[in-house]
Design a protein around this ligand. Sequence first.
Ligand SMILES: Nc1nc2c(ncn2[C@@H]2O[C@H](COP(=O)(O)OP(=O)(O)OP(=O)(O)O)[C@@H](O)[C@H]2O)c(=O)[nH]1
Length: 413
Amino acid sequence: MSFFKRLKEKLTGGTEEEKVQQEQADHAEAESDQDLVDGSEAVKEDPTVITNEVIEQVIDEIEEAAEEPAKELAPEEETLPAAVEAEEEKKPSAWSITQKFKNGLAKTRDSFTSKVNDLVARYRKVDEDFFEELEEVLLQADVGFETVMELMDKLRFEVQRKNIKDTEGIQAIISEKLVEIYEAGEENITDLNMQPNGELTVILFVGVNGVGKTTTIGKLAHRLSKEGKSVLLAAGDTFRAGAIDQLQVWGDRVGCEVIKQSEGSDPAAVIYDAIAAAKKRGADVLICDTAGRLQNKVNLMKELEKVHRVISREIPDAPHEVLLALDATTGQNALIQAQTFKEATNVTGIVLTKLDGTAKGGIVLAIRNKLHIPVKFVGLGEKMDDLQPFDAERYVYGLFAEGLEKELEKIED
Ligand SMILES: Nc1nc2c(ncn2[C@@H]2O[C@H](COP(=O)(O)OP(=O)(O)OP(=O)(O)O)[C@@H](O)[C@H]2O)c(=O)[nH]1
């Protein structure tokens, strides 16, 4: 199957008709969706969470309905399945996930695509000067030197092979080659290393303060809960003032228990308690927060080693994932942080937060190329469902949406 046919199927998840239906469902959902803000009001009002309160309310309604005469039952009967259906409908469609990538990468696309469009308009013919300017545009988007060089080699080869003369359509070829580079030699790179049913999966989060670690833990807990997993959170960032409370707010919001001690206590002790609690409750997943002090690499290393030791003593193969949260808006600085954490601990995946907040979304490719650690999730906004597993095809679509749409329209369903 050609790259573009595969891309179209991936992005839409099906036929045009399905796409329209999905758009309508997503529109209805978006209207009832609400931006996340810290605070208990948001916790109560967030429509994407089925809290115990909601469950109790539904049970009360069923019980009340059962006691009432048959003719008064009708409206109640309609209400219950509708509520359940509404929750079902919130399972995101392929197209709605694609739109999240498109919206999340709007800043990058606006700056990057307008430059590429400008180039295409100015040059019209593919020649060496065009390639050189394109190289510059890619470097400015933080794609990273090695990736840009690799891409340019591939583009030159492809242009020669297909005898391409016009610059029009070059975005489609860049997209194809970027996906090729990203996916080269890797399989299942975004999947979390989840343990079989009945066994506890331990996920350790690391990263400096302020990158959005706590928010990401909350979003991931929400995601896993929606998949039917029981999730426990460990407040292992005992260093930053307010970190424990902030995690508790998220715990309340997504309906997960938070295991915590007081500020300043030993993070390894908190995580030890949390593992014991998770085992006792038969939880599926334990997500552990940690403090991210980078000022002193030796201390960071010692702290993370200790946490690691405690976890693997209790559960031999754990932690099953060590996820490093990086803030995409910090650009090259994120790469330096990643290098430090990579030396301090065995990072198994990266969560790139705030991708929606930067015009230099090419950082995803630079991270992959420089660090050889897969980007497992990307943060595409502040809403609960804005944490998405990284997907190279949707990502390039987010970079070149308009240019690619023309190409995809040519493909028959
Ligand atoms: N736009 C956007 N904002 C995000 C994303 N992830 C996190 N944020 C925001 O970033 C801010 C900081 O996130 P927090 O989780 O509170 O991070 P922190 O408390 O500063 O520090 P740590 O938890 O230690 O990282 C919050 O306002 C979050 O809503 C994202 O993917 N996109």
